[in-house]
Each structure stands twice: as structure tokens, then as C-alpha cells.
Design a protein around this ligand. Structure first.
Ligand code: ADP
Ligand code: MG
Length: 466
């Protein structure tokens, strides 16, 4: 499939000097800074003032390179990408494109979205032309450019199809064609393969890399947002790892491996391991309030210790798996064995750590004594151990003690939502309460009625220490 497209592309694109760039700007030489963030900070409005998402990001995107922005879910990757594209303004600091400070949409970028973002009532051809229409290109030129982009990305034959007639892979090709048709200096991609099945994603990645390597990709740089480490190592020249709350650049890796990249090579695997360690590890610069693992147990509060999105079933499953491996599991291997991505595993790892059921050292996950007992216990015993552990988790403790102090033993969820709103976005508050509900129910500390949104103390938990 990939080679077919290359051949077709060579037949239709004979001009090897490449595009002149949007607005007739000269083609940037390799290494020239196209896009830069200087001290970029972004906050969103919370119920109680501004909630920082990005803090002091300095980043250059140069012609000739693919840069991957890698980070856990919620670390601010999409926010950073949107700021670079000028779709949302920075709170402070600046974004510049070719040396000019942005004040609105970046004229040098085009975006590919995870969810494709196609208009269902338009054909493939019309969807692709959309990007040019917005830039005021005349109809005839639009049609011609769209046909070329459609050809380049392997969509010829599908011009008059509607999105609903297409497979996921073909839909995302429309997303690519629509972005490439404007020949942006910098192509921005926000998890473009995440919504596709494994094989489709693999095929599309391969085709894009072949196009890029052929030197005829109609764009000078790529910024790829991903939470998939292997994807980053496979595609990028540089990997920028973001830490969370607020998002800062934790570490930058120069990839420096020859293309096409050999996944079996020792250098490839070694880099994956190093990036994993940065993402799972407790980097010194991340020792700020808000990083669960950075706060000493006795100083933990619901404000500085967010609950990870992890169900009791999920974290118990992980504990059992590690127990079967003798109480120790290499995290990169673990994700690999399970066919999972880092985003799936890390919240469970954070949860086990927070509950004192496991610790992380280097890239190994180690069960504690309590964790080992928990993994081997029957349901009743496991509930008991879990209840003990959960009492030390700030949000669970907050809910339990608040309920004990209330004469009726019940409180509206809104009460806790308001308390948390001082420190988290509403989305984060909702996620944390969902976890706290699951954990508290399993521990039989409290129950929750969805209607009327009320927490109620469990009888067995009415006496402290019971
Ligand atoms: N429009 C918004 N309003 C308020 N909070 C937001 C908004 N967009 C994102 N956030 C919050 O900012 C944080 C970073 O989000 P995002 O940039 O989407 O991260 P990522 O792409 O790395 O998953 C998250 O906690 C998210 O809840
Ligand atoms: Mg995102």
C-alpha cells in the first residue's frame, strides 16, 4: 500500500524543490526556526480563579524535523499544540511564527485531529477543499490542489464519497489531505492515530514516514502529539516529554536513529526504556505539589494529591499480575505484554503507589508487603486491606471524615465538588469523584446515590477505626 502511494506521488509531483510555503514565503532551510514558544504559560478559568495547565514552556520547532510532544493524558499536550497553532491565546509568554509574534490563528500551520473532524455532509473532495476555502483560494485552484493532496495521501477514487462511507483509516487520510492541501510550514497532529485500530494506524504511520523521508512532503516540519512512546521513537527526531500539573518540559530526547527505524535494534529499545523511565520516574524537577508521588504521606491533602483514574478492578488486576511475576514487573515490559499504552497503565500504577500497595523504582513496579497480601487475598480480606489503605487517601479520607461529622451521615456531592473546584478543573473534579466513589464503595466506607447525588456513611464505617 505504502509503496503504491509513493509511486503515484512521484508520478504526480515532479517538482522536487517543494512548495514555496503559505503566502509566498521562501522555503525555510533545514534547521531554521519556524515556530517558537517563549515562556509560554496557559491557564484555564476554574471555579476559583485560574488553573495553570502549562507553565514556562520554551520550545523551538525547526525546518526539517519531526517533534513529538509526549505526556500522560491531561499533561497539556493538546493545549500546547493549540497555542502553537494560534487557536487559543497564551496566558503569558509568546508564540512566534518565523520570527513574528502570533496574535491569532497561525498562518503557517494546519491541524490533524484525533477525531478526524470531517463535515459529514461534504464529500471527500469538498472536505479537503475546505482548508483552502478558508484561506480564500479561488475555486479552480482549490479543486486542483485538492485532487493532488487526495492523490498524495492515497485517496484517489474516493473523491465523491461521504465520510460515513469510509473506514477509519480512510477518514483520517481525509484529515491529512485537508491539512496538507494548504502546504503548511508546520503540520500539527493531535494523536492522529489514536482512534484507529492497530494495523490501520501502523499502515498510515508507515506511509507518512515514507512520504516524509522522500523529501516531497508538502510541509517543512511536523509536531506530533502522542501518549504512545513507541510511536514517538518511531517517528520523531526529537521527543519532548511533558510533566503534569502544570505542564512543563520534563526532558527532551534527541532520537538520532537512522530511518526507517528498526524496532528490534538495541538502540531503539534502549531509547524506549529511557523515555519510559522519564514518564514513569520521579524526576527531581517534578517534585512540586500536585505530583501524587512527590508529596510525603503525612503532608498529603486532597488539594495536592489528585486521585488517578483507576477502578478497584483495574488496580487489583494489576496487583495480581505483578504478584504472579514474583512481586516485581518491569513497566515497559508490562505495557508491552498487555498490549497496552502508557496512559492505560500509569493511572493504575499511581493508584497502587498512593494506596501503599506498590512502589516504583527505576522502571520496576514492586509490590509492598501490604500489596502482596492484597493480591493474594479473598474478597472479604481484600476489601478489608483496601479499606485500611483507602483511609490514607486524602479525598477518600475527606469524604469519610466529613460524613462522620455530619449528624445525618450524608452529604451532597456538590459539597465536595465545590471544595475541589478551588484546585482542579471541573473535568478533573468529576474524574476524581468517580474514582473516590468506586474506592469508597468497595472499601464499604460510604455509598453514593446518583439521584440525589448524595454520599452516605456506611454503617460499618460510622465509628472511626471500625
Ligand atoms: N477548555 C478547557 N477549559 C478548562 N480546562 C481545560 C480545557 N482544556 C483542557 N483543560 C484541562 O487542561 C488540562 C490539560 O488538557 P489537555 O491539553 O487536553 O491535555 P492532554 O492533551 O495532554 O491530554 C487537563 O487537566 C484538562 O482538563
Ligand atoms: Mg490531548
Amino acid at each position: 500500500m505504502a509503496l503504491n502511494i509513493l509511486r503515484r506521488m512521484r508520478a504526480t509531483h515532479t517538482d522536487t524543490t517543494g512548495p514555496a510555503g503559505i503566502g509566498g514565503l521562501p522555503r525555510a532551510a533545514d534547521g531554521e526556526v519556524l515556530l517558537a514558544a517563549d515562556g509560554l504559560t496557559k491557564s484555564y478559568a476554574g471555579a476559583d480563579g485560574e488553573l495553570p495547565v502549562l507553565a514556562g514552556i520554551d520550545l523551538d520547532i525547526r525546518a526539517g524535523e519531526i517533534v513529538a510532544l509526549l505526556g500522560k493524558s491531561g499533561s497539556g499536550k493538546s493545549t500546547l499544540l493549540r497555542c502553537l497553532a494560534g487557536l487559543i491565546p497564551a496566558s503569558s509568554g509568546a508564540v512566534t511564527y518565523r520570527g513574528k509574534r502570533l496574535t491569532g490563528a497561525n498562518p503557517g500551520t494546519a491541524m490533524v485531529f484525533q477525531t478526524f473532524a470531517l463535515l459529514p455532509w461534504l464529500t471527500v473532495q469538498q472536505n479537503v477543499e475546505l482548508g483552502l476555502e478558508a484561506r480564500g483560494v479561488a475555486p479552480a485552484a482549490r479543486a486542483e490542489a485538492a485532487v493532488q493532496a487526495i492523490d498524495l495521501i492515497g485517496l484517489d477514487g474516493f473523491e465523491s464519497a461521504y465520510p460515513k462511507e469510509l473506514s477509519g483509516g480512510m477518514r483520517q487520510r481525509v484529515g491529512f489531505a485537508r491539512a496538507l492541501v494548504v502546504e503548511p510550514d508546520v503540520l500539527m497532529m493531535d494523536e492522529p492515530f489514536s482512534a484507529l485500530d492497530v494495523l490501520t494506524a501502523e499502515n498510515l504511520r508507515g506511509e507518512l514516514m515514507e512520504l516524509w523521508e522522500s523529501g516531497q512532503f508538502p510541509t517543512r516540519a511536523v509536531v506530533l502529539v502522542t501518549h504512545n512512546i513507541e510511536e514517538a521513537v518511531l517517528m520523531a527526531d526529537r521527543i519532548v516529554v511533558l510533566g503534569s500539573r502544570p505542564g512543563t518540559i520534563r526532558e527532551t530526547f534527541e532520537v538520532g536513529l537512522d530511518r526507517p527505524r528498526d524496532r528490534q535494534s538495541a538502540a531503539f529499545e534502549d531509547l524506549i526504556d529511557r523515555v519510559y523511565r522519564t514518564m514513569t520516574g520521579r524526576a527531581k524537577e517534578s517534585r512540586i505539589p500536585g505530583r501524587t508521588e512527590a508529596v510525603e504521606t503525612e503532608k498529603r491533602t486532597a488539594a495536592n494529591t489528585p486521585l488517578p483514574t483507576a477502578s478497584v478492578d483495574g488496580l487489583s488486576g494489576l496487583a495480581e499480575l505483578v504478584a504472579h511475576r514474583g512481586g516485581r514487573f518491569d513497566l515497559p515490559d508490562l505495557a508491552d505484554d498487555l498490549g497496552l499504552e502508557i496512559d492505560d497503565v500509569l493511572p493504575l500504577v499511581d493508584a497502587l503507589e498512593l494506596l501503599g500497595l506498590a512502589t516504583v523504582s527505576e522502571d520496576d513496579l514492586l509490590l509492598t508487603e501490604r500489596g502482596t497480601t492484597f493480591a493474594g487475598a479473598d474478597v472479604q480480606q481484600s476489601k478489608k486491606i483496601f479499606a485500611e489503605a483507602a483511609q490514607d487517601v486524602p479525598l477518600v479520607r475527606l469524604i469519610t471524615t466529613s460524613l462522620r461529622q455530619n449528624p445525618e451521615g450524608s452529604l451532597r456531592a456538590g459539597f465536595f465538588r465545590d471544595l475541589l473546584a478551588h484546585h482542579y478543573t471541573s473535568e478533573q473534579v468529576a474524574q476524581q469523584l468517580e474514582t473516590a466513589t468506586d474506592w469508597g464503595r468497595y472499601a464499604e466506607l460510604y455509598s453514593f446515590d446518583a439521584d440525589p447525588q448524595e454520599y452516605r456513611l456506611d454503617e460499618s464505617a460510622e465509628q472511626p477505626g471500625a
